[in-house]
Design a protein around this ligand. Structure first.
Ligand code: ATP
Length: 354
């Protein structure tokens, strides 16, 4: 059975890295007979500036009806005030498709890539499960007496039992299906007593349904310390929207930088969106120098979600081999272009098949 993938490269380096992710997907699709059908959409800054449209009407329904997954690049452009189109596209898809799980693996692929002295790939291999629809990023609040010396601002953090329970269940289910042994709740319930009190109550309730998985807790400040001092103690981390945002950038630093980090925005069982963690990096855009590995590993994550585990592993193996052979862009100390890295990884995927 073929799979239909909606590809939205977006802006800046998003366009370049997505092209390489597609190249690798084509290679793996041939090798594993996946019959992937990729359809590219031009949603992004150019279209927004030209037509005033960010996310076309009916787009979400169309994606739900006709596609199995969405592969995105990055969105943002200095010519668009507040990156309005990026917000509309990414937030629109996240909210309307109700993509409540933001999955961010932190997996070291080569010991040379971590800034942590002496750490091995076996020791840095965990995943952050970030709540993606509520928390501090709901844009609820207001300003009183704006611009005056008496200015007062309220920025609310929203926590619902339903939203909290479903993300915690997703974390335990991820652990169960991937053979991971421990789920750690990360919050700040000692200070944010009401909202994070909900996380505490729900977490220990849900944990009882998974007796085979160890449930532990860390405050977010302690977790930041632990990720650096003892990353091997991290396995599956479940946390709020804001803490997940911050910790996953720290995670990206542990594995060699933003150019390598993949992510998924998921609603289990429904059409979901996969994108590299990095943004549009305007300073690198159009120069064929951006690292496409984050986007390529994102494509692997998408295949994994679609049930094509062997194809996903083949991509990851090819990326690990490419790094080992120094077939890398300049952010990883190499001299290859974005396209050369994409071609090298696609060739390695094909080479394994023959
Ligand atoms: P945006 O506003 O879209 O988030 P940004 O430049 O502020 O763009 P990122 O795109 O996340 O934020 O990148 C931050 C920096 O990280 C870049 O300037 C670049 O140096 C580095 N970086 C990010 N992604 C890559 C990549 N794929 N390859 C190489 N370097 C990257």
């Amino acid at each position: 059975m073929g799979k239909r993938i909606a590809v939205i490269p977006g802006d800046g380096i998003g366009v370049e890295v997505t092209r390489e992710a597609m190249r690798v997907l084509e290679a793996v699709s041939e090798v594993y007979g996946l019959a992937l059908e990729m359809v590219t959409f031009d949603w992004g800054a150019e279209k927004y500036l030209r037509e005033g449209v960010a996310l076309p009407e009916g787009a979400v329904e169309m994606l739900q009806r006709e596609y199995d997954a969405i592969l995105a690049g990055a969105f943002g452009d200095p010519r668009v005030p507040d990156h309005r189109h990026a917000r509309e596209i990414l937030l629109g898809l996240r909210v309307q498709l109700d993509l409540y799980v933001n999955l961010r693996p932190v997996k070291l692929l080569d010991p040379r890539l971590t800034p942590l002295k002496g750490r091995t790939p076996e020791e840095i291999d965990f995943v952050i499960v970030r709540e993606n629809t509520e928390g501090a990023y709901v844009d609820v609040g207001g300003v009183f007496k704006a611009g005056t010396p008496e200015e007062v601002a309220l920025q609310e953090e929203i926590t619902t039992r339903r939203g909290t329970e479903r993300i915690i269940v997703a974390a335990f289910e991820y652990a169960r299906t991937r053979g991971r042994r421990r789920v750690t709740l990360v919050d700040k319930s000692n200070v944010l007593r009401y909202g994070h009190g909900v996380w505490q109550r729900v977490f220990w309730e849900v944990a009882r349904r998974y007796p085979e998985i160890e449930a532990t807790h860390q405050y977010v400040d302690a977790m930041a310390l632990l990720m650096v001092q003892d990353p091997a103690a991290c396995d599956v981390i479940v946390t709020t929207n804001m803490f997940g945002d911050i910790l996953s950038d720290l995670g990206a630093a542990l594995i060699g930088g933003l150019g390598l980090a993949p992510s998924g925005n998921i609603h289990p069982g429904r059409v979901s969106l996969f994108e590299p963690v990095h943004g549009t990096a305007p300073a690198l855009a159009g120069k064929n120098v951006a690292n496409p590995m984050g986007a390529i590993l994102t494509a692997a994550m998408m295949l994994d979600y679609l049930g094509e585990a062997a194809a996903a592993r083949a991509i990851e193996t090819a990326v690990v081999e490419a790094i080992r052979a120094d077939e890398v862009t300049r952010d990883l100390g190499g001299s290859l272009s974005t396209e050369e890295v994409g071609r090298a990884i696609a060739a390695r995927v094909r080479a394994h098949a023959s």
